[in-house]
Every structure is written in C-alpha cells, then in structure tokens.
Design a protein around this ligand. Structure first.
Ligand SMILES: [Zn+2]
Length: 398
C-alpha cells in the first residue's frame, strides 16, 4: 500500500482527519490483492461497472479471481452513445441505477474517468461504497468526490462519493492506449498555471490558500516533469510515477474540499470548449488533452499579455490596490513558469496533442473562450484580471 504520510500531515493540519482517505494500492500486479480487501471488509455481493474495453483490460480477470474465492459478481457493461463514447448523462446514470442488483454491497469501477464519475454518482445515491480500479493514468480525479455529469445537455460537477480504495495496477496502466497516459500527463502539466492562478486568487480575490497543499501538488507536478521520458516510454515505472502524482494531486483536492490547486484558467478554457462540443453534438475530447493544450495558451497569455500591463493607475479600488500591492510577486511567478514551447514539447514527447489544431478545435472558439471563459466560475485567475481590471474596456468599479 502507498504511504500517504504527506497527505495525512495535511489532513491533520487542516483538521480534516474525519475525511477517510482511500486505501491506495499502486504497483505491478496489485489487482490480485482485491480479493483479500473484499474479504477483510466483509463484502460479498460485488457489482462491476465497466465498458466493453475496460472489461477486457481488467474487469474479466478481477471477476474470475473473485468468483474463484466464492464472491458473487454482477457486471454492468455501460452502453456508449452514437460517438462510441460512454457519457455521464441521464441515460447512462439511470442505466447503472436500474442494472444494479438490490443486494449489492460494493461497486468496483473499472475504467478511466467517466466510468468512475458514473459509479461515484450512483454509489452516493445508493449509499454504497465503491472501489476504484483505474485502467489508464488519464486524469487526477479518481479519488475525487466531484462527479462531472451532463444533465439536460449542461455539464455540472456534483459532490458525491470518493472511493474507499484504489487499486492502480501498473501492468494494466502500461497496456492502456498512449493517448490516455498523455491525457493524465496533460492534467498534471496544467498545474503550472492552476497553481499560479491559485496564488493570484489568494492575493487579489482573498480566496483561501494552503501552502502545504500547494507544495504537495507542486512536487507531484515536478515528479512528472522529471520523469517525462519514462512516462513517454510507457514503462511500468513511468506509469507508477504518473499515477502516484495524479493520486496525490487528487487527494489534496479531496482534503481541501475544493479543486483550486489543480484547476485554474486552463480548466475554464477546457470547460468552455467542452460545452461548445456538447452543444454541437460533436465527439468529446479527453479532459487532460484539452487542459494540457489550454495551459500552453494560458502561459502565452500570461507571459505576453498579463506581464506587459501597466498597473500604476489602480490605486482607487480595493481590487486595484491589491493588484498594485502584489504586482511584483505576480510578475515573479509568471517569470518562473516554463515557456509555452517547453510545455508543448513535453506534451508532444508523451505522445499527446500540444496545439489547438491537433485537438481539432476552431481558432474562433479558442479566441471566444479567451474572452469569456473567466465568467464560467467565480474564481479570480490571471485570465479574469486580463478580461476585467486589465482589459482595455475595463469594467469601472471592480
Ligand atoms: Zn483536471
């Protein structure tokens, strides 16, 4: 089991020991330990949540292991939509509710982010625990409570359940498609800008900030950057490093009960793009692929636009005063960012998209999102500053 010393320390300092951190099993062959875990926790009736691919990748093996030990297993294979994607919308959520046997003791989610989101949503409303078996190191949200779901065509993130245990088997992760690993790397690399935006929000928006949480997230990001080659080679070790970073980063958000360390303006851009794809019935892109590219765009905006602004005239308003007061610090953290080119090179190295064109998004949509994405969440970010206080059509009174 993975040692969570840093996270336990953070829990103590936040007075959130009451939050039960999931047990984390990470490494080669850890799915074999699931049966023991089920025995120890006296679970008997298990419902697997899979899609066709993840059943083959891992579900089948786990199912036969647990059947051999005398457990009862029921498998729900979620059906995909017209674009051959499983989507966390009303249809799929109801599908899982109605296909869950009434005597289920525990769910096992076997898959990437979306299968986890559907499972955590149903687990929460069915008052059942769930176990996470990621089949790809594709996202930082496996341990999260937040379930992004699409209700009446609009994406909303609802607070539901986090898993009681995670079994991240690096043999399975290493045989997942490289684009999924690249997406996980993209979700980590996005923390360059999300961590910076978190600082800006604390300085200007007076939002809560936690240095220890920021340090753990920063270390997790650095670990991925330092092992970029191994992750690109899809070695078992590379996958272990990436998955560890994704899990740590996810647990920090779980303890804080907000996503600020790993979600800034780059996530707002990605969310804007996602809404547009949804509205137009287009195929969804991987979360990490979008936020990775979005973070290169945000770095460019901050280095080339935000850092060139003149703040001398901002003494009149409260926000303006704070901006003037912290401007030098903001300049320093922007200066510390790697360049957009360096980040794009890392994304390419791990076989992920690094440009908007590779995502297949229209230039107009990207420009529109840069103008409007800051309105999606009430969060202070560098993009928010660029579009309000520091905009040429500045909104007087802010
Ligand atoms: Zn993310």
């Amino acid at each position: 089991m993975v040692c969570l010393e840093k996270l336990n320390n953070l829990a103590q300092n936040l007075n959130s020991e009451h939050i039960d951190l999931p047990s984390i099993f990470l490494g080669k062959g850890v799915i074999k330990e699931i049966t023991n875990y089920l025995k120890q926790n006296e679970f008997q009736h298990i419902t697997f949540v899979v899609d066709n691919n993840t059943f083959k990748a891992a579900g089948e093996t786990i199912k036969s292991n647990i059947l051999n030990e005398g457990f009862e297993a029921h498998v729900v294979v979620l059906t995909d939509n017209g674009n051959q994607q499983v989507i966390a919308d009303e249809q799929t959520l109801v599908e899982l509710f109605t296909k869950t046997p009434m005597d289920t003791d525990v769910y096992i989610a076997v898959g990437a982010g979306t299968i986890h989101d559907i499972t955590r949503f149903c687990a929460y409303y069915m008052k059942l625990p769930f176990i996470s078996v990621p089949t790809a190191a594709s996202v930082d949200g496996f341990t999260s409570k937040g379930a992004p779901v699409i209700l009446k065509g609009v994406k909303e993130t609802l607070q539901t359940s986090s898993p009681i245990a995670v079994f991240a088997d690096t043999d399975i992760l290493a045989s997942s498609p490289k684009e999924l690993t690249a997406a996980g790397f993209g979700d980590m690399i996005a923390e360059y800008t999300s961590l910076l935006d978190w600082k800006i929000s604390a300085w200007i928006g007076h939002e809560p900030y936690n240095q220890q949480a920021a340090e753990i997230t920063k270390d997790a990001l650095q670990l991925c950057v330092d092992h970029c080659e191994e992750i690109a080679n899809h070695s078992s070790y590379g996958l272990e490093v990436l998955m560890k970073a994704l899990i740590e980063s996810g647990l920090v958000m779980l303890l804080l009960n907000y996503s600020r360390p790993a979600s800034g303006a780059e996530h707002h851009l990605s969310h804007y793009w996602e809404m547009s794809l949804l509205k137009n019935g287009k195929k969804q892109l991987l979360h990490g692929a979008k936020v990775g590219v979005a973070s290169t765009i945000i770095i460019d905006e901050y280095k080339n636009k935000l850092a060139t602004k003149n703040v001398d005239s901002f003494t009149g308003t409260t926000l303006g005063q704070r901006l003037t007061q912290h401007w030098q610090e903001i300049m320093t953290v922007i200066d510390d960012l790697p360049s957009a080119v360096e980040v794009a090179e890392m994304l390419s190295l791990v076989h992920g998209p690094s440009k908007v064109e590779e995502l297949g998004l229209e230039k107009e949509l990207v420009l529109e999102s840069l103008q409007n994405a800051h309105t999606l969440r009430e969060r202070c970010t560098g993009l928010f500053l660029l579009n309000t206080l520091l905009s040429p059509n500045r909104i007087i009174g802010l």
